[in-house]
Design a protein around this ligand. Structure first.
Ligand SMILES: Cc1cc2nc3c(=O)[nH]c(=O)nc-3n(C[C@H](O)[C@H](O)[C@H](O)COP(=O)(O)OP(=O)(O)OC[C@H]3O[C@@H](n4cnc5c(N)ncnc54)[C@H](O)[C@@H]3O)c2cc1C
Ligand code: SF4
Length: 535
């Protein structure tokens, strides 16, 4: 028997980056707000950083690939038809629990690529509309950085930057030699005590979770404040489908609790924040007489135009020891090749992201699997020249939207509640491949200028860095978009989407800063229009 709950004013699905920002912002309205999240709270004591097996757990219960992690709270994502593997985390905090916390914003040009470059579509909003929300979000997340970067619009991070350290200095010297732009990165890591958060103590476990509480994951930034303001967050609540009423409006959702019990939660308004794979999956699973091909899908675009940010990593080894394994992973960026220059043979561009290397197990895996660490008598000697000698440059490529890159339902692989999983179909375009090769060649020059040798870039394992974008794009034309310029479904007037799926194009940056700025902007639009929202 289905358990029926009392009506809420606002129902948010997903407690990740965008769901948390939305919940916090709407809380001031004093509406009855409920968030349903399929995963659970992760206690700081559960993070791998607490044990000596921390690196091994990056490939087990804290793996960023859901299929390998295989928690009961995960859902399967079949990526066999894609050169890129999907990364995520399902729990309070969503992807921010595992994220590396690098914090660039989209550039103004990213919102108008059709006007500037004649490709894809312009966004219905621009950078300057989002600017106040970028700033609010930076304060809420506790961003560290250095104002004054000539490569990006002005921004005012509330905390001082992450120190460059030995690795950062090696990159900075190389970039100065080449005369290319670089700047200390904005990072969602507290470099000083901030709003009850402890400061970073340079443990370098950021990606599998920061037990120190210095990394700005939304379970410790937005959620405590939203809950204190009256928002209810119900965990182990996995939504199967959104239902419609006789007026064609969202009536509420059917979800399962941890025991597999079915519930019906009615709501005046439903806001989806399940990310660029989870949101189309849920819409495609919500079929009805009116929407036989998935809810809010009259355009046929739900699930299409998936963008994942191809991200080749170019690595090399320097003679002097650097400080891999200590401090946040990333602390420099370069915007030298961000904007279009058609002489390069492709449109749009990429951010270069400069990283420290990780711990000994990761280094052993990578060096051995690329033939850089022999077995036998030379093993230890060579390993000493690898560990703490690696520098690596990531190339954050913009992949333009293409309809054949998409998320579809996978009826053969279901989650623990029997709900069909997701399947990714994705190909690299010619433009992206040229951009990648250009970036790999420039990164190689940088590593050479830093004195690195044995430089390599595996092209056969392009992991998505967890950037899941574009599958329910925003736009003014209902035939070419799923939601309007303020996140409301064209088809269902009390249904909103605020996660990365509303992106029109992907830019060449890590997306979370912009995802959350959009969520705060949509929340602001909802607050301003409350009286006429469903007209
Ligand atoms: C390893 C890794 C490193 C990353 N590094 C960076 C970085 O350095 N910088 C950066 O900007 N970004 C980074 N990211 C990406 C970042 O985490 C995402 O951009 C961001 O979390 C996306 O926010 P979102 O709100 O769209 O979705 P998410 O944060 O993914 O949240 C979605 C939530 O919805 C829940 N959900 C989904 N379906 C359902 C359902 N049916 N019922 C109930 N709940 C549901 C999920 O459990 C999840 O908690 C990284 C991601 C990973 C995995
Ligand atoms: S380096 Fe800093 S932010 Fe990263 S895990 Fe350690 S304490 Fe946390």
């Amino acid at each position: 028997m289905t358990i029926r709950h009392d009506m809420v004013d606002v129902l948010i699905i997903g407690a990740g980056a965008s769901g948390a920002a939305m919940a916090y912002s709407l809380a001031e309205t004093k509406m009855r707000i409920l968030c349903l999240e399929q995963g659970e709270w992760i206690k700081p004591t559960d993070f791998p950083a607490n044990g000596r097996d921390w690196e091994a757990r990056r490939w087990t219960d804290f793996d960023w690939f859901p299929n390998r992690r295989g928690r009961v709270t995960d859902y399967p994502v079949d990526d066999a038809d894609s050169p890129m593997k999907v990364a995520n985390f399902n729990g309070v905090g969503g992807g921010t629990v595992l994220f590396t916390a690098h914090w660039p914003r989209m550039h103004p040009s990213d919102f108008k690529v059709n006007t500037l470059d004649g490709v894809a579509d312009d966004w219905p909003i621009d950078y300057w509309t989002l600017e106040p929300f970028f700033e609010e979000n930076d304060r809420m997340m506790g961003i560290s950085g250095l104002p004054g970067d000539p490569g990006v619009p002005p921004r005012f991070p509330p905390l001082p930057p992450v120190p460059l350290g030995l690795t950062g200095m090696a990159y900075a010297r190389a970039m100065n030699k080449l005369g290319w732009h670089w700047w200390p990165s904005d990072v969602a890591v507290a470099t000083q005590e901030y709003e009850g958060r402890a400061k970073c103590i340079n443990l370098n476990h950021c990606t599998p979770g920061c037990a120190q509480g210095a990394k700005g994951s939304v379970d410790i930034t937005y959620w405590p404040l939203a809950i204190r303001s009256g928002v209810e967050l119900r965990t182990r609540a996995r939504v199967r489908e959104i239902t419609l009423n006789e007026h064609g409006m969202a009536a509420g959702v059917i979800y399962y609790d941890a025991e597999g019990q079915e519930h019906f939660q009615p709501a005046e308004m439903v806001i989806m924040a399940c990310n660029g794979v989870g949101t189309p999956r849920l819409l495609l699973n919500s079929v009805s007489g009116k929407f036989a091909n998935g809810l809010a899908n009259s355009s046929g675009l739900v699930g299409k135009n998936l963008m994942l940010h191809p991200w080749p990593q170019v690595s090399g080894y320097v003679a002097d020891k650097v400080d891999g394994g200590r401090g946040p992973m990333t602390n420099l960026w370069s915007k030298e090749f961000y904007e279009t220059d058609t002489d390069r043979g492709f449109v749009r561009g990429y951010t270069m992201q400069f990283s420290r290397s990780a711990g000994p197990v990761a280094e052993a895996f990578l060096a051995a699997s690329t033939g850089r660490l022999p077995w036998g008598k030379d093993h230890h000697r060579v390993f000493r020249t690898r560990l703490d000698h690696k520098i690596q440059v990531g190339i954050a490529c913009e992949d333009l939207p293409e309809e054949h890159n998409r998320v579809v339902l996978d009826h053969d692989n279901c989650d623990s509640n029997g709900i069909p999983g997701a399947k990714i179909e994705y190909r690299l375009s010619e433009n992206t491949q040229r951009m990648m090769e250009h970036g790999i060649a420039r990164a190689t020059e940088i590593l050479q200028a830093a004195g690195a040798t044995d430089i390599y870039c595996p092209r056969n394992s392009l992991n998505s860095p967890g950037h899941l974008l574009g599958t329910c794009r925003m736009g003014n034309d209902p035939a070419r978009s799923v939601v309007n310029a303020w996140g409301r479904s064209h088809d269902v007037k009390n249904l909103f989407i605020v996660d990365g799926s509303v992106w029109v194009t992907g830019g060449g940056v890590n997306p979370t800063s912009t995802i959350q700025a959009i969520a705060l902007y949509v929340a602001d639009q909802i607050k301003q229009r409350l009286a006429t929202l469903f007209d």
